[in-house]
Design a protein around this ligand. Structure first.
Ligand code: MG
Length: 312
């Protein structure tokens, strides 16, 4: 018996995709039950063992904002970091960056909002003020030789503002790149985008001179569109996709939002398309099944359920 899925190449798609694994940060930060530090470290190390080369590790936010990530320094200290693997961390401000530098990180990320409403709620800043907050952080990080990624949230829809104007998103991406970010992650934070909207935004970004190699996509599966949206992005030339193992995560400001696109669901599709990821799907499924046992509920990932016989 030949293992599934059947591989059929599509020449319109890239031959390789870099998966930006966010389960340990974006996934766990939305879990109310505190996961022990040693479990987080084991989770990250198992994700690396499964072949993921970029594993976002934690976020240096203030502990009172996100209690789940109050142990950021302990996680980074305990982690056995491997030379070929990147372990990005989020830094909301200069204090966060200082803490990240103490942990000798090589990759950081700042997180901005494409909308006024979400900037106010997530950052406690106005849309225009947020750039003033990030600019010195990005400057300092770059002067320390770090790679800086810029997350842009609510690129497609916003729970308070509805549909988000793609012109505003292109402007936000431009601000982050001008500031010195080497890469951008376009967030569909509440999971409402559809493939035509994704293709339109990517075409606008390309027309504005944004190199597609600098663009990653970050989809949530609230409306079941995450894989379709990812395929639309791959067709537009995107080769970096954010996912979380087992589909962990959500959005604290949008109660109905489900988790990120599950890494396993993406890997299964990419394997079928003959696109290299370097990931061992079985090892990943085993890791997510283990984590769902710790969290006490089945994984929302269809592939994890199918491959680990959860929910039978
Ligand atoms: Mg997310």
């Amino acid at each position: 018996m030949t293992a599934l899925p059947m591989v059929v190449r599509d020449p319109a798609l890239p031959s390789e995709v870099m998966i930006w694994e966010v389960g340990a940060r974006d996934g766990l930060q939305n879990e109310s039950a505190i996961v022990p530090t040693a479990t987080k470290v084991e989770f990250i190390e198992r994700l690396v063992d499964a072949g993921l080369a970029v594993v976002e590790a934690t976020s240096y936010v203030r502990p009172e904002w996100v209690p789940q990530l109050a142990d950021a320094a302990d996680v980074m200290a305990a982690l056995q970091r491997r030379p070929a693997v990147r372990y990005p961390v989020l830094v909301p401000n200069m204090r966060g960056l200082e803490r990240a530098l103490e942990a000798s990180v090589t990759d950081v990320a700042v997180f901005a909002s494409a909308t006024e409403a979400f900037a106010q709620r997530n950052l406690n800043r106005g849309y225009d003020e947020q750039w003033e907050m990030f600019a010195p952080v990005v400057d300092r990080a770059r002067s320390e030789g770090l790679a800086v990624r810029g997350y842009l949230s609510m690129c497609f829809g916003d729970p308070w503002e509805g549909v988000v104007d793609p012109v505003a998103v292109v402007a936000g991406v431009g601000r982050l790149l001008d500031m010195g970010c080497h890469a951008i992650s376009l967030g569909d934070t509440i999971g409402v985008a559809t493939p035509g909207q994704v293709a339109d935004l990517l075409a606008r970004l390309t027309a504005a001179g944004v190199p597609v190699e600098a663009v990653g996509v970050h989809f949530h599966d609230t409306y079941g569109q995450a894989l379709a949206n990812t395929l639309a992005a791959l067709r537009a030339g995107v080769t970096t996709v954010d996912t979380s193992a087992g589909g962990l995560g959500g959005c604290p400001y949008a109660k109905s939002a489900t988790g990120n696109l599950a890494t396993e669901d993406l890997v299964y599709m990419l394997e079928g398309l003959g696109i290299r990821t370097g990931v061992d799907l079985d090892a990943l499924v085993t890791t997510s099944a283990w984590m769902s046992g710790i969290l006490g509920r089945p994984s929302p990932s269809r592939v994890v359920r199918a491959r680990s016989h959860q929910g039978e």
